[in-house]
Ligand binder design. Structure first.
Ligand code: OAD
Length: 255
């Protein structure tokens, strides 16, 4: 059952006590967790998909049609994100994951900020949708860390595979593509076993990521949602806290 009407303070207390009691927690994050770091979200005011068409930039067909334009856009995003730092929510989640092996972070974000915040954690955050800082060969599937600036002045200057010389692409899951089965399998296992799915800053519109909270709920766990607005998860969440992640997440996780 979802939440009945309760005050903001009651929601915060309830969320805090669920998190304190839980041994196994999966934190599922979306673009909202990075909003206060200055990374644009996708939907909502100022969202990237309000200004750009995903069909032109984030699909295999778009890349086949115009790899230069797609690389130019990802190069621009890499530049924007390079100027952003993890915020207090990333830091609090990283501390919780460092302190408890069974506190795991699963993110839809490709901005690398959870990884940057989590330098000393044994189990690194799972990046469901890939990373802006990785490239992958379009022929031999070789993947590599790539933090360089992108020269998208022509097709000839685009990143190429170090192994076979073929055109490279961003190592990001585009619309119409499947998630890496091993990454998704691990995320599903974590969600099924979690006592709490701690959902932060996602519109919960993109599947399969959006289905992970339901997986926790159907296996008897609780769902805590932190967001500045209602989402499709709100009606069935055990508790929803309205407000910005960088203020609320550290408060809920403080011991
Ligand atoms: P969205 O942009 O769809 O949603 C961001 C969510 O964060 C919204 O629900 C906002 O209300 C909320 N939000 C904004 N600022 C916040 C703040 N300071 N604190 C808490 N919440 C806040 O982003 P995602 O749900 O992550 O896919 O989008 C899912 C996927 O769609 C992305 O991974 C991306 C996109 O297309 C790929 O790139 C493959």
């Amino acid at each position: 059952m979802g939440e009945t009407s309760s005050t903001a303070a009651e929601s915060v207390d309830r969320a805090r006590s669920l998190l304190r009691r839980a041994r196994r927690v999966v934190a599922l994050t979306g673009a909202g967790v990075s909003a206060e770091s200055g990374v644009p979200t996708f939907r909502g005011q100022g969202g990237l998909w309000r200004q750009y068409r995903a069909e032109d930039l984030a699909t295999p067909a778009a890349f086949a049609h115009d790899p230069r334009l797609v690389w130019e856009w990802y190069g621009w995003r890499r530049g924007v994100v390079s100027g952003c730092a993890p915020n207090a929510a990333h830091a609090a989640l990283a501390s919780a994951a460092a302190a408890h092996d069974d506190f795991r972070i699963v993110t839809q974000n490709v901005d690398g900020l959870h990884v940057q915040a989590a330098q000393h954690v044994r189990a690194m955050p799972l990046e469901l949708h890939g990373s802006l800082y990785r490239s992958r060969c379009t022929r031999c599937d070789h993947r590599w860390d790539d933090r360089g600036t992108i020269d998208a002045t022509s097709r000839e200057t685009l990143p190429r595979c170090a192994a076979c010389g073929m055109l490279a692409r961003p190592d990001i899951v585009w619309f119409g593509e499947a998630l890496d089965p091993s990454v998704l399998g691990e995320a599903m296992r974590l969600a099924e076993n979690a006592e709490v799915c701690f959902v932060i800053g996602t519109s919960a519109l993109v599947h399969p990521a959006a289905g992970l909270a339901d997986l926790t709920r159907r296996h008897g766990g609780s769902v805590i949602e932190i967001n500045v607005a209602d989402t499709p998860l709100t009606p069935t969440a055990t508790v929803s806290v309205r407000g910005p992640a960088a203020a609320i997440v550290p408060d809920l996780l403080a011991s």
